[in-house]
Design a protein around this ligand. Structure first.
Ligand SMILES: CC(=O)N[C@H]1[C@@H](OP(=O)(O)OP(=O)(O)OC[C@H]2O[C@@H](n3ccc(=O)[nH]c3=O)[C@H](O)[C@@H]2O)O[C@H](CO)[C@@H](O)[C@@H]1O[C@H](C)C(=O)N[C@@H](C)C(=O)N[C@H](CCC(=O)O)C(=O)O
Ligand SMILES: Nc1ncnc2c1ncn2[C@@H]1O[C@H](COP(=O)(O)OP(=O)(O)OP(=O)(O)O)[C@@H](O)[C@H]1O
Length: 522
């Protein structure tokens, strides 16, 4: 039985503490040396929460207005007041915009930079009683956070997580929007977790979160690094800059200690440039590291591995997930737990009792098919490296043809598309190119780029272009038979397809299950 089922209840109220705090607004002004520009007296006002968006303001909130790509948040001060905000915190430019809003206007030089500390003060989360784990890297963050959660549950420890897929407080699940919540939401969530007696939290930390102060006001107990490869070059000028954002997690103002995968030059650079004590882990025997993971057995539904560490430490266990990289993610999670003070022997005892890690990770190398028909895997991979890894992981379990369905998302890093097309065409026998969140880009142009790259990489390869994702999957299924594998990469756990600003309901998991049933395979 899987540890976590996808059908858990969704409860947006779980993102806020159930027992709201009440903080004196004047105390906030004094604590952060804020200047009061306009508005009425503040001496009797209290604050019970904080919000970065007028759309999420709850009565009693401090509304924080920051400049964005489209507008200055201060422009929504009236909306925030109507929703119940008691004051606005903003910058000098915002103070001018919010002057007539009827809210007391508190000014600080950079309101986004102040948000984490302010939210921690309001929610009382600065000295968090829970053990805080952070995970960063291009691929594997969500998986490691879920694996931490799973092992903690098997150890009997009530834990929480924030990830691209979900926020979790014990068994309660809430759908996520951002990978790492804004600081206002993160501290509210941690306060809610404290109420629920959560004693360990896994937090997925994107590079964007580090660059945008989203994890300010916290110091992580143990931070993990998976890997770094081409992604997000729409946000960063170079891979070096992207790396620099992630490196910050391994400095003393962010984390107490770290566990770093040293299989890449990027991991080895963290070892040289970090300012905190580090433990190293490698998935390759020849690379020197404190811990080594090696895969000792695999099927299409599980991966068995051995983890060996200092002083003869050794653990052999399995994950109910496909691919060496899931074993690497599990090994990283286990070493992070050991570095937080949990004895390896305790972990071994419960994993042996349960026959391995009891984890379910929505949309990550997730098997959709049953016992007959083609093997169907839905995966959230949308970077060249993720394609490379999942295709390589699936090949040994494919006696027939490996069919890959994928697209590239619009309004995101366009420079990775050539590699995505080329890797798919070289690694799969049949490629079906479809649309995947074109957003405001022309979907036909995105497909044309992928098709050209795929054709150039493998001129003799079988290529199909099917714009509609539902139809694309059905095309793949019509080409498949027993022994074949279909890898549908991109949508993972997501429940919508985003076209020109509209989120059209679409679950690749549900739809591909339906298609398998229509074809008589399920
Ligand atoms: C590019 C970027 O970082 N955008 C973020 C930014 O939005 P923006 O600059 O477009 O904001 P805006 O629309 O100009 O609005 C300015 C301010 O007014 C507020 N506002 C706006 C309209 C309104 O009616 N009321 C209101 O209060 C907004 O909340 C915002 O604070 O500020 C918003 C909140 O303040 C963020 O939610 C939003 O993240 C968007 C959704 C985003 O996609 N971010 C990406 C880059 C991201 O962070 N991705 C990583 C994942 C990386 C991975 O794949 O691993 C992540 O951690 O999620
Ligand atoms: N350790 C790993 N090394 C390389 N590829 C991986 C690893 N773990 C996962 N992947 C691939 O990356 C995809 C995304 O995995 P996951 O969601 O865990 O990563 P992520 O870093 O959280 O990405 P995102 O923030 O976009 O969700 C997986 O579906 C798989 O294809």
């Amino acid at each position: 039985m899987s540890l976590v089922t996808p059908e858990l209840p969704s409860a947006p109220s779980a993102l806020r503490p159930q027992h709201p705090v009440s903080r004196d607004l004047q105390g906030l002004i004094d604590q952060f040396a804020l200047s009061l520009r306009t508005g009425g007296p503040t001496d009797r006002l209290t604050v019970s929460g904080v919000s970065l968006s007028s759309g999420t303001v709850q009565p009693g909130d401090l509304y924080v207005g920051v400049p964005g790509r489209n507008s200055h948040g201060a422009a929504f001060a009236v909306k925030a007041r109507v929703a119940g905000a008691v004051a606005i915190l903003t910058d000098e430019a915002g103070a001018l915009i919010a002057a007539g809003s009827g809210l007391p206007v508190l000014v600080t030089p950079d309101a986004r930079a102040a948000l984490g500390a302010v939210a921690a003060w309001i929610y009382g989360t600065a000295d968090n009683p829970a053990t805080l784990f952070a995970v960063t890297g291009t691929n594997g963050k969500t998986s490691v956070v879920y694996l931490l959660f799973a092992v903690l549950k098997q150890l009997g420890i009530t834990s929480g997580l924030t990830s691209t897929a979900e926020r979790r407080i014990g068994d309660l699940a809430v759908t996520s929007s951002l990978t790492t919540p804004e600081a206002s939401e993160l501290h509210a969530l941690l306060a809610r977790m404290n109420e629920a007696a959560v004693t360990a939290v896994g937090i997925e930390v994107s590079a964007q979160a580090l660059s945008r102060y989203r994890v300010d006001g916290l110091i992580f107990d143990v931070s993990g690094f998976t890997n770094l490869s081409h992604d997000h070059l729409d946000d960063y000028a170079s891979l070096d800059e992207y790396f620099g954002a992630k490196l910050e997690l391994f400095q003393p103002h962010r984390s107490k200690r770290g566990v770093v995968t040293v299989d890449s030059d990027w991991g080895r650079r963290i070892v040289l440039e970090a300012g905190i004590p580090l433990t190293t882990i490698s998935n390759q025997a020849e690379i020197p590291a404190d811990w080594h993971m090696s895969v000792v057995g695999a099927s299409a539904v599980h991966t068995e591995f051995v983890l060996e560490g200092p002083n003869g430490a050794r653990l052999q266990t399995r994950v109910p997930l496909l691919g060496w990289f899931m074993a690497a993610n599990a090994a990283l999670a286990i070493v992070m737990l050991v570095d937080s003070g949990i004895p390896l022997s305790d972990i071994e005892t419960c994993l042996t009792r349960d026959g391995g890690i009891d984890a379910y990770i929505p949309g990550r190398a997730e098997r959709i098919s049953g016992d007959t028909g083609p093997l169907v895997i839905i995966d959230y991979g949308h970077s060249p490296d993720a394609f490379l890894n999942t295709l390589a992981a699936l090949r040994p379990f494919t006696t027939g043809r490996l069919i890959m369905v994928f697209g590239a998302d619009g309004d995101r890093d366009t420079t990775k598309r050539d590699d995505m097309g080329a890797i798919a065409a070289r690694g799969a026998d049949v490629v079906v190119i479809t649309d995947f969140h074109p957003r405001f880009e022309d979907p036909a142009a995105i497909r044309a780029t992928l098709l050209a790259a795929a054709r150039a990489a493998n001129p003799a390869g079988e290529l199909h272009e099917v714009p509609n994702p539902r139809a694309a999957f059905r095309t793949a299924l019509s080409l498949a038979t027993e022994g074949d594998t279909i890898l549908y990469a991109g949508p993972g756990h997501e429940e919508y397809h985003e076209v020109a600003g509209v989120k059209i309901p679409y679950s690749a998991r549900d739809d591909s299950r339906a298609a398998l049933r229509e074809a008589g395979w399920l």
